[in-house]
Design a protein around this ligand. Structure first.
Ligand SMILES: NC(=O)c1ccc[n+]([C@@H]2O[C@H](COP(=O)([O-])OP(=O)(O)OC[C@H]3O[C@@H](n4cnc5c(N)ncnc54)[C@H](OP(=O)(O)O)[C@@H]3O)[C@@H](O)[C@H]2O)c1
Length: 287
């Protein structure tokens, strides 16, 4: 087991599924943890569960609904106020909606939570991460990027032609393009940036469960084909900790191996454009 006793890690979306398993594993390896969760009860239960399970009590809850960019700014500042280094940031939280939902900031929710919130959080923490090298940023993407053959720059909120799988895939494509562009920008800094697919056809987690009866039936039908959250978390844990990945950056990983994403997820012009658009949408300086 890798020894993380001198490391500080942050995991978004640690209350269930892949994030919970990954957070437990990092705690087991001795890391000090900051967990970004939106619900106080679920967050506190998660902290208690991790402490009970691992005996590691260096776990801090940061409350944030990632659909609000204001809340993202607030928790980034709260974290910076702790004056702790940050050696691994696991951008894991995600949402899958059957219907078009709009956030308080007027963004389509899957794009806002899965991409924009993590883009903003990462950028706000970047100086601290760069001061903590060697450090890693891991973005949980998905093979779902297959469903969307390019960024929908003309209509990022999908006012026209909303199709759930395509829009979810669009947000996961954004995760991979963000990874590529950030890796390029971090070249030589000691910060590596990689994207992961949790593996297999899908993972048995809470993803999409808020969509009601239809989602329940679908998850029952698919259950036999899905992998466990433990299997799903393996590549995230590997990307955050494995010495095999020292210095390895800008990759897309599946089953703890490099994999080539679809050609439209390797479009560096789109990656740069997404960076600029995301900076504008999150009020960060465009550079
Ligand atoms: N499951 C799969 O088959 C699969 C496949 C490929 C990729 N992925 C990706 O894996 C990642 C983890 O998903 P999962 O499958 O483990 O699903 P999950 O069990 O539903 O976990 C998602 C996590 O994200 C959190 N979250 C969602 N919306 C949030 C918000 N607005 N603010 C703060 N936290 C929020 C959830 O918190 P709450 O407990 O408050 O809801 C939960 O902790 C996602 O990025 C997903 O896209 C999953």
């Amino acid at each position: 087991m890798v020894d993380l006793s001198n490391k500080v890690c942050m995991v978004t979306g640690a209350t269930s599924g892949i994030g919970l398993v990954a957070a437990k594993a990092l705690a087991e390896m001795g890391a000090e943890l900051f967990l970004v969760c939106r619900n106080r009860d679920r967050g506190e239960r998660t902290v208690a569960d991790i402490v009970d399970h691992t005996g590691n009590d260096r776990v801090t809850l940061l409350l944030c609904d990632l659909s609000s960019l204001t809340e993202v700014r607030d928790i980034a500042q709260s974290f910076l106020n702790y004056k702790r280094p940050l050696h691994a940031l696991l951008n894991n939280a995600g949402v899958f909606n059957f219907n078009r939902e709009i956030t308080v900031g007027n963004h389509e929710e899957m794009f806002a939570v899965n991409h924009l919130a993590h883009f903003l959080l990462t950028n706000l923490l970047l100086d601290r991460i760069m001061a903590s090298t060697p450090a890693r940023i891991v973005n949980v993407a998905s093979e779902a990027h297959w469903f969307c053959k390019g960024m929908n720059f003309e209509d990022l909120t999908f006012k026209e032609r909303f199709k759930a799988l395509k829009v979810y895939g669009h947000s996961k494509l954004a995760n991979i393009l963000f990874t590529r562009e950030l890796a390029k920008r971090m070249e030589g800094s000691g910060v590596t940036v990689n994207a992961v697919h949790p593996g297999g056809f899908g993972i048995r987690t809470g993803l999409g469960s808020q969509n009601g009866g239809k989602a329940k039936i679908l998850s029952l039908l698919l259950k036999a084909f899905l992998n466990s959250p433990e299997e799903g978390a393996r590549t995230s844990i590997y990307a955050c900790t494995s010495p095999e990945l020292d210095g390895v950056t800008g990759r897309y990983l599946k089953k703890c191996r490099e994999k080539q994403p679809k050609p439209w997820a390797k479009d560096d012009v789109a990656a740069q454009r997404l960076w600029e658009v995301s900076a504008k949408l999150t009020d960060l300086p465009v550079s």
